[in-house]
Ligand binder design. Structure first.
Ligand code: ADP
Ligand code: MG
Length: 411
């Protein structure tokens, strides 16, 4: 879209225009939901070819720190939201200046906390919610204290995981530390940036709770939660998520506890928008919060085909100040993430090729829905999120059977 037509379009109706910082796949699915509801969108990102930019009504290519571009964005939008955790919080604060009359969801303060593991863990603990035992590793003094003296970490604290406080994703920026002797070298390998050292816990399962929260001008809050999602990670990256149809949860008491914890975190952040809270379920049956994401989440893609409300539609509704209704999970869903790996043959692994989607889609039946979502990324790379498939059915077993057939086909 040319600059001139972008400007014309955008000055036309601010009330029907939603802005988003970030051009990735989560932004693309937000744009799709916004357009379906009659909004036009402006994506601010680095490059015209990014997944969200490809389909947005208008695109502004600029740095997230460019105040002139941010002011322009605010001038043409009813609301600005974001799709990635590492959006500069100061830019959200700049946009939220009351003089700009633009709604910003989530707030700069909530994002500032969620994007820094040290602040995030402190906030979760202060909200009365358990986390893995951890130690902040942000100075030579902190390192020395962990290794010797009265605050020395006990031997049974290890194995532990050293994680950078900022900018980590998909397991990047993490090093497993087997014992105290390895700690100094691991921290050096992470260039002595601010980190948290976290005890590696014996996991029985990983879950997430997705919610959306909006606060009316009167201060009245509205929170909706989707059913607990069960996540399987491979090599630190989400591989599958599954959710049971409403009313068929295996552990309703656990689900209730996780849902309440997620709501507490949202409330203590005075959060507005879509929030995802990741949990570890431990082998002894207890649980802790792992981390939070101030945006729609990969595990929440199950809502796109299995629920009466998708996470992206909810993000649009909060952004636009439209009502939220409690979602109902009408189908059991298994989501299979499509990483770039399946674009490569195991035998001849050099040249990527498009997987045979026709064979995948042919597995759909009247009982089992097969829903393909691709993100428009031009280049497949190993470990890169290229799309996902939602498999919907009346029972988990049916959905899993088809999911496994699809995984076999793609391998
Ligand atoms: P990211 O921000 O990259 O998602 P996470 O902290 O969520 O990083 O870690 C990615 C995955 O690594 C988790 O989903 C989990 O499988 C594993 N993991 C992380 N921390 C721990 C821990 N303390 N104990 C056990 N497994 C962990
Ligand atoms: Mg994570």
């Amino acid at each position: 879209m040319s600059e001139a037509s972008t400007e014309q379009l955008l000055t036309a109706c601010r009330e029907k225009t939603l802005g988003i910082l970030g051009g990735g796949q989560l932004g693309r699915m937000f744009v799709q939901a916004a357009q379906a509801m009659g909004f036009q969108t402006v994506v601010l990102c680095a490059d015209q070819n990014e997944p969200a930019a490809q389909i947005s009504d208008a695109v502004m290519c600029a740095s997230y720190l460019d105040h002139k571009a941010l002011a322009q964005l605010a001038a043409c939008c009813l609301c600005v939201t974001t799709e990635f955790e590492n959006v500069p919080a100061d830019s959200l604060a700049f946009l939220a200046d009351p003089a700009r009359h633009v709604r910003v969801t989530p707030s700069a303060q909530a994002v500032r906390i969620a994007q820094d593991r040290t602040l995030e863990k402190a906030h979760i603990k202060a909200s009365g919610i358990p986390t893995a035992p951890y130690r902040v590793m942000d100075s030579q003094a902190a390192l020395e204290q962990a290794l010797a003296g009265e605050h020395r970490l006990a031997d049974d604290f290890y194995p532990a995981i050293l994680k950078t406080s900022r900018m980590g994703y998909d397991g990047k920026g993490q090093i497993t530390v087997q014992n105290a002797a390895q700690l100094a070298a691991a921290w050096a390998q992470l260039a002595h940036v601010s980190c948290v050292l976290e005890r590696r816990l014996p996991l029985a399962a990983e879950c997430s709770v997705l919610l959306a929260r909006q606060v009316e001008p009167s201060g009245q809050e509205r929170v909706i939660c989707w059913p607990v999602q069960h996540n399987v990670h491979v090599d630190g990256i989400l591989a599958t998520t599954h959710v049971a149809q409403q009313g068929t949860a295996l552990q309703p008491l656990l689900d209730q506890a996780l849902t309440e914890a997620a709501q507490t975190i949202a409330r203590t952040l005075n959060y507005e928008g879509v929030l995802c809270v990741e949990f570890f379920i431990l082998t002894d049956g207890s649980w802790v919060v792992n981390e939070i994401a101030p945006r729609p989440h990969n595990s929440g893609h199950v809502t796109m085909d299995g629920s009466t409300l998708s996470q992206f539609e909810a993000q649009v509704r909060v952004a636009a100040g439209l009502p939220l209704a409690m979602p109902r999970q009408h189908s059991s869903v298994v989501m299979v993430n499509l990483l770039g790996d399946v674009w490569f043959d195991r035998a001849q692994s050099q040249q990527p090729r498009e997987p045979d989607w026709a064979r995948v889609l042919a597995l759909g039946t009247a009982q089992v829905g097969v829903h393909l979502h691709l993100y428009g990324k031009h280049e497949a790379r190993r470990g890169r999120k290229m799309g996902h498939i939602n498999i919907t059915a009346t029972t988990q077993e049916q959905a899993w059977q088809t999911a496994q057939s699809i995984q076999q086909l793609l391998q």
